[in-house]
Design a protein around this ligand. Structure first.
Ligand SMILES: *[C@@H]1O[C@H](CO)[C@@H](O)[C@H](O)[C@H]1NC(C)=O
Ligand SMILES: *[C@@H]1O[C@H](CO)[C@@H](O)[C@H](O)[C@H]1NC(C)=O
Length: 452
């Protein structure tokens, strides 16, 4: 491949940066945290107003956060729309992202990042073989490349891996990857960046998947859940679209929830759903969402058209901008659930939910060392990929609690799940357990004083 030589050079550059004292990330952006079933920016509730951003899609894969000119060009449009979040589906973890990430931070924009690429991801048809150490090394290296940016809002551990009943068999692997990413973040002593899954738009097992990702010990649970939803097709309403049922179904769910893709394009888009999404009808359960998608691609969901490096806004851009302008966030905390917490695992219900056991596969032996030693350099888009296997795969079932931080400060290993029985401790602080407990208490009391 003709990109190989370039990739190697950039890889060396990236490892130099990693070996240095720190990435030159902006220090003054406020990181987003999780409390109960909501996101917070400091003491203020944070609702995602975002778009999905991957010009070229997966067929003409390029890393938009490594494209400095494109990034700066598009930030002007993000600001014009009033966005605070973008989602990117794939990045090249061998490249440097400082300039775009800092420009985004300057604009008040956060990144939700999928850690996977077409070559490095779980294969729903062979989850066991594709859950291997080569894969984990790649996605851990992606975490390394983005963890020091304060405007990295969250990582997606997977996107639409399960897209029907039979593929729900892959759910324990999706959950294992989520566990491993969270363990990696804690073990490497990064900020507690939320990790969760983005589910496909399917009614038959959406709720089970959400429950599955939030059951079990704290080390095995997610920090949030998201799903793609194209069911609101203008002209429509909260009840006609069935979104009222999606609020009802998820009321009492203990994690932050948001739409990772929305924006049905069957009819002319008016983005009427924006008026409901940021209304108290929904904000007790949902934290906003991400419109699919920024750039016009063959599927015709674009807000803008990008041609020869030039960008032109389309009618949908104006429609979304005016919908956002008309819609402010609710007063106060939007009625979020301060408690949050785990739920029971869903029962097997084949063919829709074909998961036999709540137990998860253990991390492949060959990947354990990354927790203590770090992942090392990422091979980027030019890498060989991990789907054909060749690495070490999982050979057994994980003990609950096995995903607690390893290689952290003395005494913290293994104890965080047992000490966090009532709350999702890892959501709140990356600090060692003793300090973490104090932080939890003061965070809760602080939140109580301000928000009640
Ligand atoms: C709500 O949950 C029920 C039971 O799981 C399910 O049958 C229904 O399709 C769900 N509705 C929506 C809109 O997700
Ligand atoms: C808040 O979340 C907890 C934990 O998931 C749940 O038990 C409770 O019913 C929720 N409360 C409301 C009002 O939804």
């Amino acid at each position: 491949m003709k990109g190989a030589a370039i990739a190697t050079t950039l890889t060396l550059g990236a490892s130099t940066v990693l070996a240095g004292p720190s990435i030159k990330a902006r220090a003054d952006a406020t990181p987003i945290t999780v409390k109960g079933n909501a996101f917070f920016k400091g003491n203020e509730r944070f609702y995602m107003r975002g778009v999905d951003y991957q010009p070229g899609g997966s067929s003409q894969l390029s890393d938009p956060i490594a494209d400095i000119d494109g990034c700066k060009r598009d930030i002007e449009n993000f600001k014009s729309l009033g966005l605070n979040t973008i989602r990117v589906y794939s990045v090249d973890n061998s490249k440097n992202h400082d300039e775009c990430m800092n420009a985004l931070a300057d604009a008040g924009i956060y990144l939700v990042l999928d850690v996977n690429t077409p070559k490095y991801s779980l294969n729903r048809a062979s989850p066991k073989g594709s859950y291997n150490d080569v894969y984990l090394q790649y996605i851990f290296a992606t975490v390394d490349a983005f963890a020091n940016y304060k405007n990295t809002l969250a990582f997606f551990s997977g996107n639409e891996v399960i897209n029907d009943g039979p593929s729900s068999k892959a759910a324990p692997y999706v959950k294992a990857v989520t566990r491993d990413l969270r363990q990696y973040i804690r073990s490497r002593k990064y900020r507690e960046i939320p990790v969760g899954y983005s589910a496909a738009d399917i009614d038959t097992n959406r709720l089970q998947m959400a429950q599955f990702m939030n059951c079990g010990t704290d080390d095995e649970r997610s920090d949030f859940f998201a799903f793609n939803d194209y069911s609101w097709c203008d002209p429509s309403s909260f009840t006609t679209s069935g979104w009222d049922q999606k609020v009802k179904n998820f009321t009492g769910y203990g994690l932050p929830l948001f739409l990772s893709e929305y924006g049905c394009n069957t009819n002319k888009r008016q983005f009427q759903e924006v008026g409901s999404l940021y209304n108290k009808d929904m904000t007790g359960v949902y934290s906003g969402g991400l419109v699919y998608e920024y750039s016009e691609e063959p599927s015709k969901y674009g807000l803008v058209e990008i041609n020869g490096g030039k960008v032109k806004t389309l009618p949908d851009f104006d429609a979304l901008k005016s919908a956002f302008e008309k819609t402010s966030n609710p007063q106060g905390d939007g009625g979020y659930n301060k408690t949050g917490g785990a739920n029971p695992c869903p029962a097997k219900d084949s063919p829709n939910w074909d998961v036999d056991t709540d137990a998860l596969p253990a991390i492949p032996d060959g990947a354990k060392k990354y927790m203590t030693d770090g992942a090392g350099k990422g091979d980027g888009f030019g890498g060989k990929g991990s789907m054909s296997g060749g690495g070490s795969v999982s050979t057994g079932t994980a003990q609950p609690g096995s995903g607690s931080a390893t290689g952290g400060s003395s005494g913290s290993s293994g104890s965080s799940s047992s000490s966090a029985g009532v709350m999702n401790l890892p959501n709140v602080s990356l600090a060692p357990v003793v300090v973490g407990m104090v932080t939890v208490l003061s965070t809760l009391m602080g939140a109580g004083l301000i928000l009640v």
